[in-house]
Design a protein around this ligand. Structure first.
Ligand code: PRP
Length: 213
């Protein structure tokens, strides 16, 4: 395969696990990959170019075709609903989406109680399914602050170790769903670079299967 593959990687907590998986799948990634502020990193030996993006933006880069493939959390996929293929569960960055609040939280007869979240679309859909009308307030991070200062009664957020909830005196009220990271693909790239992408999926799947055993 002479052509290169452009991969959108999420900066932050998923990054290390995703890079580890790629290395185990046999792709030679340069050392500067792990400890750099560069936003584009080339791996000439692997014939890959990496774009390092904010996790929530990875599906956008892939949908627009500036990246052929990307690594994105299922949470991001559900929130963004981008026109991309989700081809493989990478089984990394396991966490879950949950509703949380103060331990004293009790359902009131309010018309539209406030819920804060970084995932407004997920939250709106979830409460609609539950038959509850809520007002969703979009925040960009530190969501746990909202119930502590009275911005919202409840939050919809990711729980990983549960430490953030615990250290802020919050409790989980309802679990929404389990989350892992996924390999996503631009539909046109999947046609044009099918051999490349099939090989990548096959190699990654082998590593994931091996780790499951
Ligand atoms: C995430 C999430 C929670 C926290 C959960 O935030 O939004 O705040 O991690 O992890 P834990 O259960 O292990 O404590 P992140 O650190 O990604 O930053 P953010 O608050 O800026 O969204």
């Amino acid at each position: 395969m002479s052509e290169w593959l452009t991969v959108a990687m999420p900066k932050g907590r998923i990054f290390e696990e995703a890079a580890d998986l790629l290395r185990k799948a046999g792709y030679a990634l340069p050392a500067e990959f792990d400890d750099s502020r560069k936003l584009i990193v080339d791996a000439p030996d692997a014939k890959m170019r990496f774009i390092l993006a904010k996790p929530m933006d990875v599906p956008t880069y892939v949908e627009h075709g500036v990246a052929d493939v990307g690594v994105a959390g299922k949470d991001t996929m559900l929130e963004e609903e981008r026109d991309v293929y989700e081809v493989l569960d990478l089984k990394i960055s396991e966490c879950y989406l949950a509703v949380a609040g103060l331990p004293t939280y009790e359902k009131q007869n309010e018309i539209a109680p406030k819920v804060a979240s970084k995932y407004p679309n997920v939250a709106i859909r979830y409460f609609k399914e539950q038959g509850e009308q809520v007002e969703v307030i979009k925040l960009n991070g530190s969501i746990e602050l909202a119930p502590l200062v009275g911005l919202a009664d409840r939050i919809v957020d990711i729980v990983s170790t549960g430490r953030t909830l615990k250290e802020n005196g919050l409790v989980e009220l309802e679990k929404i769903m389990d989350i892992t990271s996924r390999l996503i693909v631009n539909p046109v790239s999947y046609r044009m670079k099918d051999e490349w992408i099939d090989d990548l999926v096959e190699r990654l799947a082998k590593v994931i299967e091996g780790e499951d055993e």
